[in-house]
Design a protein around this ligand. Structure first.
Ligand SMILES: [Zn+2]
Length: 400
């Protein structure tokens, strides 16, 4: 926890925590973290995608376990989102003492997960699995600096981004383990320190609109109106009701834009966002279909025009069942309750999971708060994660 707080001082904004892709404070974070790694006998380097990679040599260099998370933050962030997972990786290496597992342990601090600087998330983990494309290198930030230029300005070789691929170390990847704060209220509500992630939920994002007729609020009788907002409002309440009825599904209308937007005008157009998430793609897609049908039905009843446009269809990413079970058993053997849960937020693990066995452990988020300076962890929960992680390494050793 002290290390997370020490890293929090490296920020682009005085008095707050903001650290984006390869910014000057990221260099400071790399330096301090690299120093901790070398004190732990780890060889560390920053790869062509700006990921900090530290390796502890095991007894057999032909096999490797990767533990990681991200070192970048959102603007005005807390001290633990991402960073805690990297720091815990180092703490786990430290906890090994003189014991060396039969495999190498690599700790990765991914350069970019939040998508703040370029509006595109997961630069670090996508380069790690080889899905970062040359076109994406041309994406520019608000100052017009491209990803390629940013990598070059940092003193790295943008053409070396291919070398960030995990296969370049030549070892067989045993898997990827990510520790992360829950960023939600579930574990706290259950009074549990840890959660074993079953899957990262899939996401649907849509933009829908109800179009009627804008008209005078005083002269248009109720029976002759085509009120787009009243239609949208009825639909939004239906979205909430429907989401309550489907176990573990979350659906959100987070944005509503009404025009012309005057108190004395019947609303002619209402545009709304729709965000639906679930661990099972079939459930998510079926729910979205039902919600859009309901919108069409309501619009027809009210003489409105209904339109819907898909913005995102991100499939759910399951964790590896065997790897997850090893983690679950480690949590129990360390003396804690194994609570299985779904991650509603995206993480680097989501990018890595299609390429190697992946498991993820959540730590309770006090108050369910994240992406905010009040973001916190309980020291006892961090200890629980560390004990579970140490047990995981020994369980993994037995499995080999
Ligand atoms: Zn994160």
């Amino acid at each position: 926890v002290e290390r997370c707080i020490a890293l929090a001082q490296f920020s682009e904004t005085p008095g707050a925590i903001t650290r984006t892709f390869l910014s000057p404070p990221m260099r400071d974070a790399h330096r301090l973290m690299g120093q901790w790694m070398s004190e732990l006998d780890m060889e560390s380097a920053v790869d062509g995608a700006g990921n900090l990679r530290g390796v502890l040599r095991g007894r057999d260099a032909s096999k490797r376990l990767v533990i990681g998370s991200h070192l970048d933050t959102v603007p005005n962030a807390g001290a633990y989102d991402g960073i805690l997972g990297v720091v815990l990786g180092c703490a786990l290496v430290e906890a090994l003492g003189d014991w060396r597992p039969s495999f190498d342990v690599e700790v990765v601090g991914f350069s970019e997960e939040e998508g703040v600087r370029f509006g595109v998330p997961f630069i670090g983990s996508r380069a790690f699995v080889g899905s970062w494309t040359p076109e994406a290198m041309r994406t520019a930030d608000r100052q017009g600096i491209t990803v390629r230029q940013a990598i070059q300005d940092y003193g790295l070789d943008p053409d070396g981004i291919d070398a960030a691929h995990y296969s370049r170390c030549g070892a067989r990847m045993l898997g990827y383990l990510e520790f992360h704060i829950e960023q939600g209220p579930v574990l706290e509500s259950l009074n549990l320190p840890l959660g074993v992630v079953d899957a990262i939920a899939g996401q649907s994002r849509w933009r829908v609109s109800f179009e009627g007729h804008a008209n005078h609020a005083g002269t248009t009788p109720m029976s002759l109106r085509k009120d787009s907002l009243a239609g949208a409002a009825e639909w939004i309440v239906g979205v909430e009701r429907c989401a309550h009825a489907v176990p573990s599904l979350v659906a959100t209308v987070g944005r509503l834009q009404v025009s012309p937007g005057a108190g004395n005008v019947v609303p002619g157009l209402a545009e709304a966002s729709l965000d639906v998430r679930h661990a099972e793609d079939a459930v998510r897609l079926e729910t979205v279909r039902a919600l859009l049908d309901a919108g069409q039905c309501l619009a027809t009843q009210r003489g409105l025009e209904f339109r819907a446009e898909q913005l995102l269809d991100q499939p759910a990413v399951p964790c590896d069942p065997r790897f997850r079970d090893v983690l679950g058993r480690a949590v129990r053997r360390a003396g804690y309750v194994e609570h299985r849960m779904v991650s509603g937020a995206g993480h680097d693990a989501m990018i890595v999971a299609p390429h190697m066995p992946t498991a993820m452990l959540f730590l309770r988020s006090p108050g369910g708060v994240s992406h905010h300076p009040d973001e916190a962890v309980l020291v006892g929960d961090v200890a629980a994660a560390l004990e579970s992680g140490a047990t995981f390494l020994r369980e993994l050793e037995k499995e080999l």
